[in-house]
Design a binder for this molecule. Structure first.
Ligand SMILES: [Zn+2]
Length: 300
């Protein structure tokens, strides 16, 4: 299903998008933060003056908590839907921002994609869960994600550059510390997680134009405590798990948008289901991965 992205704001060459809620349980969505400065990406971008675009989605707590699910047992739903072919249609691409003709942004699958974890504030076992989620992402995309260790970097905080071997950072933080987790305005929910990335133009072996990710960002709000692991999660209280949230935000960081099918990990609301990528998630992830071949900086 196409995600509901309604607003496009063009600032120079940068795109900003405001994501609309997908369902009744999605009450608010924060605007996407300002684009990332280009300078920190120069080590990876030999093309002088190339402008990066950035996209991402800030998932507010309203999006992530599905009141309808509280007390309901929907565990069977995810597994059943994942095995049906109709569910495989449910995915979208983040870079398109509502424009179906825009090139799809993806990672170059032909070079290692290093990721680091800043587990401070993430609770026990945070790094181990990121590794599990990344392994599942790697299995579904074929992208060569490689764990490089921990880091103190928090995406969107200060000017600290990523280490040279690192393209994606997954960090926990608090609202107000990083621009990806803005403080909640009065009466609004805080952002519980953010996932996205920056990309420039890339070309495949047939000179088709794509977006080519150079940076990925995942920031999780450490003041919210979800159940650990990848199981169905609690029957009462916050639905879903930390594992489900990590997999969801990592999905954004490799270019997936939301989908309206609740059995998918990219459904914008945390629901009570096992944290495994669904059929739609996997269709989208396959497209974003090795299946579409290497990306180059210039046409062949
Ligand atoms: Zn999301």
């Amino acid at each position: 299903m196409k995600p509901s992205v309604a607003a496009l704001v063009v600032t120079g060459a940068m795109l900003a998008a405001v994501c609309q809620p997908l369902g009744a349980s999605s009450l608010t969505q924060a605007a996407r933060p300002a684009p990332q400065a280009v300078a920190s990406d120069l080590t990876q971008l030999p093309l002088t003056g190339e402008v990066l675009q950035e996209t991402g989605i800030a998932d507010t707590l309203a999006d992530l908590v599905d009141d309808d699910d509280i007390g309901d047992d929907i565990v069977g739903e995810a597994g059943a839907a994942s095995s049906t072919s109709s569910a495989s249609r449910h995915y979208g691409f983040l870079s398109r921002q509502g424009n179906s003709r825009a090139p799809v942004a993806r990672w170059n699958p032909c070079t290692s994609i290093g990721y680091r974890v800043n587990p401070t504030g993430g609770g026990s076992g945070a790094t181990a869960e990121v590794k599990v989620a990344a392994a599942r992402l790697r299995a579904s995309t074929g992208l060569p994600l490689v764990y490089r260790g921990t880091t103190r970097v928090v995406p969107g905080k200060g000017t600290a550059a990523y280490p040279n071997d690192t393209q994606i950072v997954i960090a926990w933080s608090k609202p107000g510390v990083t621009r990806y987790l803005p403080r909640a305005r009065q009466g609004q929910y805080a952002v519980a997680g953010y996932g996205g990335g920056s990309w420039s133009t890339g070309y495949d072996a047939k000179d088709r134009k794509w977006g080519r990710f150079v940076r990925g960002y995942v920031v999780l709000n450490g003041t919210y405590h979800f159940a650990h692991g990848f199981g169905a999660g609690p029957r009462y209280g916050w639905q879903g798990t930390r594992g489900q949230l990590i997999m969801h935000e990592l999905g954004h960081a490799v270019g997936l948008d939301h989908t309206s099918d609740r059995s998918q990990i990219m459904y914008p609301t945390m629901t009570r289901k096992r944290a495994v990528y669904g059929a739609g998630d996997r269709t989208g992830l396959r497209y974003l991965g090795r299946a579409n071949g290497c990306l180059y900086l210039t046409p062949r």
